[in-house]
Design a protein around this ligand. Structure first.
Ligand code: DGL
Length: 270
């Protein structure tokens, strides 16, 4: 058998938010090996410059390529929105970015052609979601809203806390005034706020979870390129971080809904 097939899928994020993508991959592709890198020493990326994010993302890419991954998934919306091209140019293996996944899902979901996107300030300022949505359907109107307080609130575990609810009501008010029918959760942390956000915006607004969309696109790509692992045995999961922050294990296990075992600390640049 070609050993490349059983090589891992490399998934990376600025911190632990990308584990929402890993969770979706585990559900959708239960026989694929996964290596995850979370840059917990340098998170958050969402308020950093394009140059800094590109430099950090390049270092992570090089590390994962050294682990001989067969596919790279940029699980972080912020990285994917500003550094997708440099990463792709560097990589001999296919690269998937979470922006593409969420944007395509929104284009398919909207009936009224009024779509809203929420994300970190860097993701929203990059306009990457609006650009990708317009490449697929120029007639869609896109409203964007940065929600910088959501990441720390999720990290704190305040998923249904009155403070989070008030914050969400404030951020989502301008979006509700635009009568959109689709709302893209354009940050890895936001799927954890899905029940709260759905409650605030109402059932008539479809929430796009980029993590789920990403798993679907990954499955298609593995199939198309003949890269799917043919072995039907329990896969190996390997978790790496650049620092072990306070409460890391608890938060990570909440993200994944399972225990994660040993976590390796990798200091970058190597
Ligand atoms: N992972 C980031 C994203 O999806 C959010 C966290 C950060 O600011 O680094 O945009």
């Amino acid at each position: 058998m070609d050993l490349k097939l059983i090589h891992s899928i490399g998934v990376f994020d600025s911190g632990i938010g990308g584990l929402t993508v890993v969770r979706s991959l585990m559900e959708r592709l239960p026989f694929e090996n996964i290596i995850y890198f979370g840059d917990t020493a340098r998170v958050p990326y969402g308020v950093k410059s394009v140059e800094t994010i590109t430099q950090y993302a390049t270092e992570i890419t090089d590390y994962l390529l050294k682990q001989r991954v067969k596919l790279l998934i940029i699980a972080c919306n912020t990285i994917a929105s500003v550094a997708y091209e440099p990463i792709q140019e560097r990589s001999p293996v296919p690269v998937l970015g979470v922006i593409e996944a969420g944007a395509l899902c929104a284009v398919e979901a909207t009936k009224t052609k009024q779509v809203a996107v929420i994300g970190t300030p860097t993701t929203i300022n990059s306009n990457a979601y609006a650009r990708t949505i317009h490449q697929n359907d120029p007639s869609i109107r896109v409203f964007s809203q940065a929600c910088p307080l959501f990441v720390p609130l999720v990290e704190e575990g305040w998923l249904d806390h009155p403070v989070t609810r008030l914050t969400a009501q404030e951020y989502l008010k301008p979006i509700l005034a635009e009568h959109v029918d689709t709302l893209v959760l354009g940050c890895t942390h936001y799927p954890l706020l899905k029940p709260l956000i759905q409650d605030i915006v109402g059932k008539s607004i479809h929430l796009v979870d980029s993590a789920e969309a990403m798993a679907e696109i990954t499955a298609k790509l593995l199939q198309k390129r003949g890269l799917a692992n043919p072995l039907r045995i329990p896969p190996e999961y390997h978790f790496c971080v650049s620092d072990v922050p306070f409460r890391f294990q608890t938060i990570a296990e909440r993200f994944l809904g399972r225990s994660i075992g040993h976590v390796e600390v990798v200091k970058l640049p190597l």
